[in-house]
Design a protein around this ligand. Structure first.
Ligand code: UTP
Length: 302
């Protein structure tokens, strides 16, 4: 029998080195890069909070202090804005501090995403929990996390999010064999049979790529403890989930995938980051009306 437990906790790994964004990320976390006027990580924390996850553990590392400062109170700045009567900006900076109960743990060395998640073991304990990658943005208008949480509560085990990507891009992702050859068109939740981290194009089991949202059974922690370094010498969450997929349900095993068909932006990648900023700015009420005609004119100049 599957005993479901309400999911309350989110783990946000944000301790990666951000090498794809160097030199900008030499001394500054990629998660603090502004997406219009909020750092990328604030969108992710807001998404967790919106889904009702009010206990948020951030996995941080070297050069990541600015993230803690961003979600903390700023008494001097707040007093200055209050004295000036600038209530709009005051509200904007206080919003970040009110998104939930934030906790931090440091990953001493960036040994991989699996290792970063394992750093949350003590805080999470024995309950299912969500993982949101700190550089992966899901458009707030498109539903994903609550669908995943409902699926985990209903089916047990772990739930991952996948997206169809062009075949030639599969080797940049974890890729799954999900739903078998008879996957119903339009199906949203499918069982996962196999997960492979960054396979060569010719060995990829499908074009369904794992994206940065997970709802995990706590048994993943003991699996991660025995997961050896995999692709790139890093402890891979994908490898631990491959082992979880083969486990019996009473051991916390079983993996399902929610197929996401909405808008997603990878802010750890330069091109995708630029697209995210332009898209979100063009759609904003305060910036869009001036930006959209300019963009049209600019595009015609090529
Ligand atoms: P990425 O592979 O996108 O992050 O990991 P990275 O290693 O910083 O990226 P590049 O390739 O060097 O540019 C996905 C997520 O997992 C976190 C990252 O911060 C990111 O949010 N992560 C990765 C950790 O927290 N610790 C790690 O050891 C690795």
């Amino acid at each position: 029998m599957i005993t479901s437990q309400r999911i309350r906790k989110a783990v946000i790994p944000a301790a990666g080195l951000g090498t794809r964004f160097l030199p900008a990320t030499k001394a500054m976390p990629k998660e603090m890069l502004p997406v219009v006027d909020e750092p990328a990580i604030q969108y992710v924390v807001a998404e967790a909070s919106q889904a009702g996850l009010d206990d948020i553990l951030m996995i941080t590392g070297q050069n990541k202090r600015s993230m803690e400062d961003h979600f903390d109170r700023a008494p001097v700045l707040e007093a200055t804005l209050r004295d000036k009567g600038d209530s709009k900006k005051l509200e904007a900076i206080q919003h970040a501090t009110n998104l939930g109960d934030l906790h931090y743990v440091r990953q001493g060395q960036a040994l991989g995403l699996g290792h970063a998640v394992l750093c949350g073991k003590q805080h999470v304990g024995h309950e299912p929990f969500a993982v949101l990658l700190g550089d992966d943005l899901i458009d707030a208008r498109d539903e994903l996390l609550t669908t995943m949480m409902e699926a985990q509560e209903r089916l047990g085990g772990s739930v991952i999010a996948v997206m169809e990507v062009p075949e030639e891009s599969v080797s940049a992702y974890g890729v799954v064999d999900a739903g078998g050859h008879h996957r119903e068109p339009g199906a949203q939740v499918v069982p996962v049979h196999r997960l492979v981290e960054k396979p060569p194009v010719e060995e990829a089991p499908s074009n369904l790529a794992i994206i940065g949202r997970y709802v995990l059974h706590p048994a993943v922690f003991s699996e991660l403890e025995r997961t050896p370094p995999g692709k790139g010498g890093e402890i891979q969450l994908t490898d631990a989930l491959q082992a979880m997929a083969a486990k019996a349900p009473e051991e916390g095993g079983g993996v399902h995938a929610v197929i996401f068909r909405g808008r997603r932006y990878d802010t750890g990648d330069k091109l995708s980051y630029i697209k995210a900023v332009v898209t979100l700015a063009a759609e904003r009420e305060d910036l869009g009306p001036e930006l959209r005609p300019w963009l049209k004119e600019f595009a015609q100049s090529f």
